[in-house]
Design a protein around this ligand. Sequence first.
Ligand code: RTP
Ligand code: MG
Length: 143
Amino acid sequence: MAGNKTLTIIKPFAVKNGKLGAILHKIEESGYRFAAIKTLKLEKHEAEEFYAEHQGKPFFDDLTDFMSSGPITAAILTKENAVEDFRYLIGATDPSEAQEGTIRKMFATSKTRNAIHGSDSDESADRECDFFFSRRERLKTDI
Ligand code: RTP
Ligand code: MG
């Protein structure tokens, strides 16, 4: 089912501030279905592995400190054209540039505390789903 799944993370701060339910509701009402979901806390080295593509960039340490600072909720979402459509639903990385109605416009408080992650390609989605979920944690065998 290539192209029809994406990996999301509801980031720390949004979870801490009681926005988890509202964000999951917005995702569901936008047509996505949950094929796997869990709440966990990343170790710093795990956040560094997840965001390895950004290693060496000036924001890498702040990003991985933040992502390991508290509970997150990770989920595999399914829908046609999931990766591209979900990036549109979450909005721009910097919430001050995000369009009205996007999740980051509604729930992000800064470029670091930007509420939510979405995979940026089908290859990233495969890698990121494998990072968080074993096969038996997934509700479908073909994702
Ligand atoms: P994400 O991976 O978390 O979904 O975010 P994204 O694709 O929209 O943005 P990406 O370029 O992958 O960056 C990952 C996270 O790093 C922080 N960032 N800070 N200060 C900066 O210029 C800067 N650039 C990126 C953001 O928190 C972003 O979500
Ligand atoms: Mg990214």
